[in-house]
Design a protein around this ligand. Structure first.
Ligand SMILES: [Zn+2]
Length: 163
């Protein structure tokens, strides 16, 4: 299924280019008051680039909204149609199948576990070495590193077991 949030996120911050790419005259998007690309007039329209919102005072009532709303206002499209057009323009594909999604989640979890185990193994080696040096009459001034390693091991184990 094509999700609105995916299209919205993909469009976020890129509206000026999208609007121009979808046929809106760049002259309408300068930020100055001018004719509305949707309903005409002389100076009823303004587009705020930073906020990515338009304001149109046509028809007496102020119309305002985001890029989707602007395209609807210009083309007379229903919300769903605008959404579909923008998704197509951006090349946003419908979601993968539930199976593919579940697989991706599983792989991500496995990869995370492998990473945690590597970190764990490293910290355990460090701790083992420090303990070995100390118990064999070596210097006792690495206690801070020992505690740090023990704390890290504790944290890593908890993450590994999801506790
Ligand atoms: Zn208008």
């Amino acid at each position: 299924m094509l999700r609105f949030s995916d299209v919205k996120n993909a469009a976020n911050g890129k509206w000026e280019g999208i609007l121009i790419g979808m046929g809106v005259s760049p002259e309408c998007l300068t930020g100055k008051h001018g004719p509305c690309p949707g309903c005409g007039g002389n100076d009823r329209f303004r587009y705020d680039k930073e906020k990515e919102r338009f304001y149109c005072g046509g028809g007496g009532e102020l119309a305002t909204g985001d890029g989707f709303d602007l395209l609807s206002h210009i083309n007379g499209w229903e919300t769903a149609e605008t959404f579909k057009e923008v998704a197509e323009y951006l090349g946003v594909k419908p979601d993968a199948s539930p199976e593919a999604k579940a697989k991706a989640v599983k792989y991500a979890k496995q990869a995370e576990a492998v990473k945690l185990e590597k970190e764990l193994s490293h910290e355990m080696t460090v701790l083992g070495q420090v303990l070995f040096v100390r118990s064999n009459g070596g210097p006792k001034d690495h206690w801070e590193r020992e505690i740090e390693a023990a704390k890290t091991i504790y944290k890593l184990l908890r993450r590994l077991y999801g506790k």
